[in-house]
Write a protein that binds this ligand. Structure first.
Ligand code: C2E
Ligand code: CA
Ligand code: CA
Length: 929
């Protein structure tokens, strides 16, 4: 069974095999034998036969043997085996009986038997024994008949033959036993090896393969024959080979004894992949039965792969654990840390190596421990697989750290093993969340509640008020002219002002009242527990009192006032009450807002209580907006003219153009009733353009008429009010130039009045526009001077030529107030800047005498003439104001009836200043008389 490469007989056709046998090199020994026999014959060692028969004898045995071998050489049983053995025995018999030694050479039969047994095994014993008997019997017969020569003569020959046959048979039987024993052990070995899952190889001392077990093909996927006659080392991984060469010395092998020398190594399989084997090598070089090194190779590739996968998994886990950006810890079931990563350590301010042994419990903030323990219990009793909670850990420095902890339990079949905690520092996230939540309901600048929070509180307050039979008041507050501060002093100053106002308001209300800011300059106060309006009004008073103190900013001192609207919730049982609290919250706020608008309209710095009527006014404003469009299309706007008089001469110096709206249903409307709406909607731009054009046309007519009558043109010409919006129109200057050209009005006769607010916007652009207008020859004046925030010094940067002192200062003249001081200094300053001064709103004669004293150049006001339409004034505009004195009575009453601020007090005489005379106040002439 031992396999040696190239040892198998090839199977071919009979002819081929016969040829192979005939030309077998061993046959070269035949002539040698022939020669030897011939040499031995004279000495009597060979029977006395002719020489040719010696040669014939040997050649014929060669032929017979070759034919037999070619026919049956691989036969192992049955008649073919018998024939094969028979041929072998017969050739032996021919030789031994041919040379005369017959029975003496019975050992030749033993040789023949052994030879066939060598290849066929013990199965050859029986035919060998039978043929031995047959051949010897036939040989003896031939000797007896004298057919065969014999060197042993009677009476010995037959007896000797019987003895020799017996000896040969016994020896054959002995061989049979040996062969049989070997075959049994071999077949046992084969049975063991055939299906063994391990590869068994045997190499010689040089490492050449002598034997491989069938598992070799199975496991490596190629046969040993394919591998060829190469050293076993070529199968091995170079690294392992190097190691083996170093370690597997003869001494090492010997030292291992019978147990063998164990190692792990890789061998290449048919596909070129490396397979892992556990190999046990035993040295059997000294064992005569083996004479080799036996290696038992147990395929452990699967185990190795699993080990590798496990190692990789472990490494992956280790790396993920150690480098995780979030804190990770393994803890026993009591919560004692077994291992923690650096991120965990960072959260609690310790190094990760310091953590094992500490309990998660100790790391937890005292207040959160109970909740944590309960959750952990549920985990270890397997009520849950894991949980996540947000709690506080204690930093080593003592402060608390908000963390989000996910804890899970690792189980095996026997139950829970250990806990895994994933910990994330959420302190910042939490703070951010809180900040966002706060920011969502607070005003960022003042930290006051914003609209959302306010509405929420208002709703709560309202529903509580209903239960407790109380009332709730809302005060809607809007700072007056805040935009001016913003525009003239900058947004930083505006913000600062808002902050100071917020502080003051907060300090003024009771702790359970709410002050909120809705953005801009709007503040809203919620006052709970109110009984009647008076309480709310008292609070409004206190609030405006708190604002009255001047506010000192880095940019200067500012006086703040606010317009306030108060709305009080209806009492329970009030017939008009109804709807859900939500509804009434929104409506209460809207009512307060409406009241605030009313306060603005009525001159600001005041408080108005909501009335249904004012709601109607608010609605009217909405209507006004849509009607304004229509009014423009239908040309419903009119221009009225009010005289401006030179104080010293009492002569008409010019007129101010003032717009009116001839409303088809509501009658003549004054700017106060529609101008703010027009400003808001931007319709002021076309309206203003209309007034400008109309005024210029009218001035052209008047000047023409005066020229005709030989009167010099009015020194100041016509003044037209400009809205800030007009000023920022890109083509405004062109528009003015076009109008001047088409009406042929001298540009110097056109004055454009600008309020301080209009100057406060984008200074560079405004200056640019004003410079262009100035370049056209148009003249500029500052309207309502003193009511805004413009500093006098700052006027220098604008090409203005006149100041119109606001009515509010002129009003106090002659009444012993400090207004005369203010007006005096304004006049003086205007002088020093080379500006003309015009006092507005002159209603009483004593105001005029004061103005004369103070050195004011021009006056304007009801005392001198109310605004009138051109067709009333006529084409001839004399210097003596007579045009305004005509039909004055109905016109005065019209002005009064319109409900505007304009209008002479009832019963007040209208005066005309005689031309060329400076009228002392008491000498003014009543022209109606
Ligand atoms: P303003 O430019 O200050 O015009 C003077 C306002 O004072 C006029 O009111 C005038 O009728 C009134 N007034 C004149 N003398 C007296 C007086 O002795 N006592 C009182 N109590 N009032 C007097 P009016 O016409 O109602 O105009 C109000 C404001 O509307 C104007 O104030 C002006 O700022 C604006 N406005 C008028 N027309 C136009 C216009 O065409 N365009 C623009 N943008 N604004 C205009
Ligand atoms: Ca004006
Ligand atoms: Ca004015």
């Amino acid at each position: 069974m031992v396999w040696a490469p190239h040892d198998r007989e090839g199977r071919g056709r009979f002819g081929l095999r016969l040829r192979a046998r005939l030309f077998d090199p061993i046959n070269a020994s035949v002539p040698v034998l022939v020669a030897l026999f011939c040499l031995a014959r004279p000495s009597g060692l060979i029977a006395d036969i002719p020489y040719w028969s010696i040669a014939a004898l040997l050649v014929s045995t060669l032929l017979v043997n070759s034919v037999g071998g070619a026919l049956w050489s691989d036969a192992t049983s049955g008649w073919r085996l018998a024939a094969r053995v028979g041929v072998e025995m017969a050739t032996i018999a021919i030789v031994v009986y041919g040379i005369g030694w017959g029975p003496i050479l019975a050992i030749g039969f033993v040789y023949g038997a052994a030879d066939t047994m060598r290849t066929v095994g013990s199965a050859a014993t029986r035919p060998a024994m039978v043929w031995t008997l047959v051949c010897m019997g036939l040989g003896q017969l031939a000797v007896f008949l004298g057919l065969a020569p014999t060197l042993v003569h009677q009476p010995l020959v037959h007896g000797l033959s019987a003895l020799a046959a017996l000896g040969a048979l016994l020896t054959m039987k002995l061989l049979d036993w040996f062969a049989h024993a070997r075959e049994t052990s071999e077949s046992r070995f084969r049975a063991l090896v055939q299906h063994a899952s391990d590869i068994i190889i045997v190499t010689d001392s040089a490492g050449q393969l002598n034997y491989v077990s069938p598992a070799f093909d199975r496991i490596l996927g190629f046969s040993a024959r394919e591998f060829g006659n190469r050293p076993a080392s070529e199968l091995m991984h170079p690294d392992d080979l190097a190691r083996l060469r170093a370690e597997m010395t003869a001494d090492a092998l010997a030292a291992q004894g019978n147990g063998g020398w164990r190692t792990e190594l890789r061998m290449r399989d048919g596909a070129g992949a490396w397979k892992w084997f556990e190999s046990t090598v035993t040295d059997h070089l000294q064992d005569p039965n083996v004479r080799g090194i036996v290696a038992n190779l147990h395929d452990i590739s699967a185990r190795k792969e699993a080990e590798l996968a496990l190692r990789e998994a472990h490494e992956r886990f280790r790396s993920a654990f150690e480098n995780a950006p979030i804190g990770m810890a393994m803890a026993d079931l009591e919560g004692r840390v077994m291992r923690a990563n650096p991120a965990f350590g960072k959260i609690v301010g310790r190094r990760s190596v310091e953590l094992p042994g500490l309990s998660l419990h100790e790391l937890t903030h005292a207040e959160d421990r109970e909740a944590t323990s309960a959750a952990m219990r549920r985990l270890t009793t397997q009520e849950t697989d894991g949980y996540r909670i947000e709690k506080r850990y204690l930093h080593v420095e003592g402060h608390e750290v908000w963390v989000s902890v996910s804890l899970s339990c690792v189980h095996n079949d026997d139950g829970p093993l250990y806990l895994i905690a994933q910990v994330e520092d959420v302190t910042e996230r939490r703070a951010l969340r809180e900040r966002l939540a706060y920011a969502a309901i607070h005003d960022p600048l003042t930290q006051l509640p914003n609209r959302i929070l306010f509405m929420d509180r208002l709703e709560v307050a309202l529903s509580r008020a209903v239960r407790q039979n109380r009332q709730v008041a809302v005060i809607f507050m809007d700072l007056d002219r805040f935009k001016l501060v913003n525009d003239s002093m900058g947004h930083a100053a505006g913000d600062r002002l808002i902050e100071i106002v917020a502080d003051r308001l907060r300090a003024t209300v009771r702790p359970n009242d709410t002050v909120a800011r809705f953005g801009g300059d709007e503040f809203i106060v919620l006052c709970e527990d109110v009984v009647g309006e008076s309480v709310a009004l008292g609070l409004a008073d206190r609030l405006s009192g708190a604002l009255a103190q001047p506010v000192v900013l880095a940019e200067g001192e500012v006086f703040v006032s606010a317009s306030m609207g108060v709305a009080v919730s209806r009492q329970v049982g009030d017939a008009s009450a109804g709807g859900d609290p939500d509804d009434s919250a929104a409506s209460l706020l809207r009512d307060a807002d409406t009241a605030m608008y009313r306060a603005k309209e009525l001159g600001r710095a005041r408080t108005e209580v909501f009335e249904e009527a004012s709601h109607v006014v608010a609605l009217q404003q909405i209507r006004t907006r849509s009607e304004l469009h229509r009014a423009l299309e239908r040309r419903e706007f009119r221009v009225f003219y009010q005289p401006i008089v030179e104080v010293l001469s009492g002569r008409l110096a010019g007129v101010e153009a003032l717009v009116r709206w001839q409303h088809p249903e509501r009658g003549l409307l004054h700017p106060g009733e529609f101008l703010s709406t027009a400003e808001e909607s931007g319709l002021i731009v076309p309206i203003g353009a209309l007034v400008l054009e109309e005024a210029c046309q009218q001035l052209a007519i008047w000047h023409a008429e005066r020229r005709r009558q030989g009167i010099a043109p009015m020194s100041l010409g016509v003044s037209v009010n400009l809205s800030p919006r007009q000023l920022v129109q890109p083509h405004f200057v062109h528009q003015v130039a076009d109008i001047l050209r088409s009406t042929a009005v001298d540009p110097g006769a056109l004055w454009l009045e600008i309020t301080e607010g209009a100057l406060a916007g984008d200074a560079a652009q405004t200056i640019d526009t004003l410079e262009q207008l100035h370049a056209l020859g148009v003249r500029l004046s500052i309207d309502d001077f003193g009511s805004g925030y413009a500093s006098l010094g700052y006027l220098r940067s604008f090409p203005v030529e006149a100041l119109k002192i606001d009515r509010s200062f002129v009003d106090g003249l002659g009444r012993g107030t400090e207004d005369s001081t203010i007006v005096g200094s304004v006049v003086a300053l205007a002088r020093s800047l080379g500006l003309i001064c015009i006092a507005e709103g002159v209603e009483r004669s004593e105001q005029i005498s004061q103005l004369v004293t103070l050195g004011c150049d021009y006056v304007q006001g009801f005392l001198l003439g109310v605004p009138l339409p051109a067709d009333t004034l006529g084409d001839a505009m004399c210097d003596d104001l007579s045009a305004w004195a005509v039909n004055e009575a109905p016109l005065f009453s019209e002005a009064l009836g319109s409900g505007s601020s304009e209008g002479a007090p009832a019963g007040m005489p209208a005066f005309v200043v005689p031309p060329g005379v400076v009228p002392p106040p008491d000498t003014l002439v009543d022209t109606r008389g």
